[in-house]
Ligand binder design. Sequence first.
Ligand code: 4AD
Length: 429
Amino acid sequence: MIDKVYCADVKPEMEGKKIKLAGWVYRKRAVGKKVFIVLRDSSGVIQVIFKKERGDAYKEAKDVGIESSIIIEGTVKADPRAPTGVEIEAESIEVVQNVDFFPITKDASEEFLLDVRHLHLHSPKVGAIMKVKATLMQAAREWLLQDGWYEVFPPILVTGAVEGGSTLFKLKYFDKTAYLSQSAQLYLEAAIFGLEKVWSLTPSFRAEKSRTRRHLTEFWHLELEGAWMDLWDILKVEEELVSYMVQRALELRRSEIETFRKDFTTLKNAVPPFPRISYDEAIDILQSKGVEIEWGEDMGADEERILTQEFEAPFFVYGYPKHIKAFYMKEDPEDPRKVLAADMLAPEGYGEIIGGSQREDDYNKLVQRILDEGMDPKDYEWYLDLRKYGSVPHSGFGLGLERLVAWVLKLDHVRWATLFPRTPSRLYP
Ligand code: 4AD
């Protein structure tokens, strides 16, 4: 590891100090007897000046290509005109690898950027998204730790569906068939009997051909499951967790967030309690706005987008009809047409970022739901066992991390919130 200073750590108070920096050539221009290189590293950028009188260093700097990797040594100069109030007068340059032509230019199309995603990751803007994503998860870990949740590590190779058979990725597992996990939920449900409050962060897979701005075939899924909690208890957990994540990101990543959005209102508004409306109310609102939807129909991205116009903060929709929701959700004892489920919707058109529910803990009802869905209870024997040996009321939820990032940064597609997006048409790079 070389002994270098990060761009963002160079301050005007360091005037006159000799330092070493290492990074990539972000911009370059030659004016008169000077070459100006904007050096980029993971922390930010700084302007480096090579004067002609430096001889070889000047010549090498003049010839170096955009995105070449370089190490420079020079002296810190405070300059109020420089964007960061400081610049470097270079004494030497070591070109670690020269790049003649970097394939990404200003007018690159989105599809091209995705084709060369491995190079797109050089971009400070992409870096800013990844920093915000990392900070959101760092915040989640902080909150989960102080609220007493255990992290667990569930399997990804599984034998059954959680969220419906039609979106399972099937694979050969020696002489058997296995699937890629859609959700860790069923395994988290098993884990609560020893640990009570558990969470995991795993990739989840959905073989969904939907080409919407909010679907990936592989996404990062933050899931929690808590024993002795009903639906209303778990909604409190959801709003406290999401609020902490968003407020912490605002505190630690303000400048990165500012790159993407100017208005912070909805983010600041993400403090408990989040508004709660019933599915019935949601349908009324949609109908009053001229949307053609009947009670019992599922809300898609379009309906959710219209609904979000009513709110300036994340909000919950609870009490969905049973037949549009998953088999494991608990039937509402006061209205058997419904389940004790709620989604959290992000404002500004984003819609669902969390799906959660109280779980059906009645053995017979659960078997019936499995049969109603056309599935075989034999495939869920171990899961059904959980209702026979010390069953307790319990609830949980799953948050799609890329969807949260997309809303926080107002991205136009969740694919920008992931390192190497996987969609129906994209498996490479
Ligand atoms: O609503 P979903 O399907 O719920 C579950 O998987 C539950 N078993 C979770 C649980 O209770 N433990 O998915 C949960 C969240 C969604 O709200 C969404 O944010 C995200 O996962 N998600 C996706 N994100 C990107 N691409 C997809 N194809 C997604 N499908 C779901």
